[in-house]
Structure formats: C-alpha cells, structure tokens
Design a protein around this ligand. Sequence first.
Ligand SMILES: [Zn+2]
Length: 338
Amino acid sequence: MPSMNIAPVHWLPFGTLELWPKPQRVSEQPRRVRCYVRGCQQILATPSRASRGEICPEHRIRCHHSSAGSTYSYADPRHNIIASADLFAERIIHHPFKFESHRMGLEKSEDAVSWNVFRSLAELDSLHRVAELILGVPQSFEPDLYLWGIKISGDDFESWDLLRAARDRFESNLPVDRPLTEPDIALHLPGQYLILIEAKFTSPNGYYEQGPRRDSSSLTLAELLAIYHDSSLDVLDIERARQSTRVPYQLWRNMVFAEWMARLDSSSTIPYHVNLVRAGYEQQVAHEFGQLVRPNHQAQFAQLTWEEIYHACVGPVYRPLRQYFETKTAGLTKAFDV
Ligand SMILES: [Zn+2]
C-alpha cells in the first residue's frame, strides 16, 4: 500500500482527503513538483516525452504536470483498485482481449473506475441494481458481468463468445488497422436482456463527421454506417444517420453490437445500450444519438450517470464503494457530484 501510516480498514486509492488540489511546481527545466500527497516533502521530476518521471518513494506515484493539467499515476496499478486488486493484476492486465491495459494505474483511467464500481457490485450481488436503473423495473436475478469483453463474474475470465461472433460478423475486414469494438461494461441475463455500456469518466464521446478520414486508424462516417449494418437490425435509423453531419461512433457500434448479439443469444433477449457518464456531462451527445434511435426503440438507449449508481447503493455493505465515489479525484479535484 502506498502509505502504511494511513492504514484504512478498506484500501482506497488516494482521494480528496489525501491530495493537494493545487500542485506546487518547484522548477521548470527539468520540471519538478512537490509530491501531490498532502504533507509529503518529496520533490519529483514529472513524466515527459524524454523520461518516465520519478516515483515518490513513500507514496509510489508519479506526478504528471503539463498544460493539460495535473494528474498522477500509480507505479503499481493495483493501488488504483478497490476490489480484488491481485486478481485484477493477474488476470486483466495483459489479458489478450484487453486493449491498453497499461493505462490502469492512471488517476483518470476510466477502466479502473469501471472495474472498481462493477467488480464491487458483482462481489455484493448487486449488479441487478444497475439493471433496474436501466430497465426501470425491479430485478431479482443477478446478470453476468463482462468488462472489455472478458467474463468477470466467475473465475474463468474467458472472452465473450457473443462478442467474438459480433466481431467476426462486422470487423473481420476493416479498411484500417484499428482496435476492435470493446464494450467497456456489459450486463447479460441470458434470454432476458443484454446491456452494453460505453463508460466515460473524464474523456468525451467521440464523433465521426462527414468527409474524409480523420487519421490513419479512423473510419469515415460513411464506412461506419456501411460496415456496422445488418438488414435484420431495427433499432437505429440508418437513413437519418446518413443525413447527419456527425455520429458518435462508439455509441453507434455498441448499439449495433448489442442488438446483433441479443438476437444471437435468443429471440426473447432485449438489447440495451447505455452511455455511462458523470452528472452534467455529455448531455448533447445523448440528445443527438437519441434522434438516431427509432421511436419504438427509445427505451433501449439511455444515458446513466455514475452518481445514479452511487445513489442506488444504500446500506452498510456499500460503505467502501460509497467512500470511493465520495473521495475519487480527477485532475486532483473531486470527480463525482455526490
Ligand atoms: Zn509522496
């Protein structure tokens, strides 16, 4: 643990109680700052293009400081994790199905937040509470949890067969070299519902706009709509999307995958797609994407906030998770409106 003298009952990453919200720059060439943990006197070189930066010997963090703002990262990503950290380190980091797992130690890692919240809920048999928020009706059964297409409930950590099938169907012949669709979070109750969740913490949803390819790994909007299309699907209005000036591409791909995977699961499985965001963020994208969902399927796309999940978790068993929400930082300041 980074600081043995704090010795919490439940381990939590550094939060609003431990961090200075305003970093103290000590020198510019090379750039050095005082360690971001309150009371720490260590002076540390910050990470740059030329160097990975210095690690505080007591708190085991690197302090990042640039024109983009201040943040920090753990030398050991397990310290960013509040539930089954060793399992996380052994089975998720470097998992062949997980793209960019080296970023898990960053303060702003949305993957670490996703694991912390959903793995905690799984261990408390409380995933159905999130399903209730999305479906709007009480749920008595626990769904299976998948993070980045890896089955998290249970011990096998296998890749999801329905996701592999969808990748084969839609992504076996992409025109550019790019990562395959990787739903951040999924809740699946076979035969009942299949929910794919695109999670956002500090980064916004991305759009493709009309016109040429933006970079060597992006699709054009026309390619997105042509590749992620199947005449059997009904939720999205492709004609309307073709006439739009821009489309949020992750939401489009996830909605297509959700519907196609639900059909493969069973004729009774209802697909849902959720954009999970912080309260007050990304409202415009939900409005725009909602207009691409056909009127009779409106209930199958929703925006949900992390804060709504927090408020659904009431009771002593949720105390560590609630404390995580209450103290979690992004850019050294309080992340969630709770
Ligand atoms: Zn320190």
